[in-house]
Design a binder for this molecule. Structure first.
Ligand SMILES: O=C([O-])CC(=O)C(=O)O
Length: 155
């Protein structure tokens, strides 16, 4: 994959760039894939269900509303994402089991971490457009991530 900076130089007008300073937590610092989404708040049942499905190299973008009060993914859910062929998970919210996530062959970007787990009631939405950091993450669009940040196609 070309670096996000090179992609931006080549296709800037066609790309949205995420201004939110998410941290890398997975072993893969460079990843790309088609966007799939979950919107939820302190409830990760939909995240777990999505990552238990075949990922086909997609990236799950989770809009947790920026809450750092509880973790939306830990090492077990992340390991299931690896098994099911997801390329990465981008979380506007928190993860946990950070030491274990670092060993997993998965792209993981998140706002922060918290050892507290989330509810499992299944409240939220799947494959809706979510927006944060100045980017509209529309399901079906292409996403690229590396150590500089995240780019997503505009259409
Ligand atoms: O079960 C959870 O809420 C998340 C978690 O800790 C894991 O994925 O290991």
């Amino acid at each position: 994959m070309a670096s996000t900076a090179d992609l931006y130089d080549e296709h800037g007008e066609d790309l949205q760039s995420c201004s939110l300073q998410l941290r890398h937590h997975g072993a893969h610092l460079v990843f790309e894939g088609v966007v799939s989404t979950v919107r939820c708040h302190r409830d990760n049942a939909l995240v777990k269900a999505a990552l238990a499905e075949p990922g086909h190299g997609k990236v799950l973008v989770v809009d947790g509303g920026g809450s750092l009060e509880s973790a939306l993914m830990g090492d077990l859910i992340a390991a299931s994402a690896v098994r099911n062929g997801w390329a990465g998970v981008v979380i506007h919210g928190a993860v946990r089991d950070v030491a274990a996530l670092r060993e997993l062959p998965l792209g993981v970007l998140a706002l922060g971490s918290n050892p507290r787990k989330s509810a499992k009631d299944g409240i939220g939405e799947r494959d809706v457009t979510v927006s944060f950091g100045g980017v509209d993450f529309v399901p079906g669009r292409q996403l690229w991530a590396d150590e500089d940040g995240i780019l997503v196609t505009c259409s």
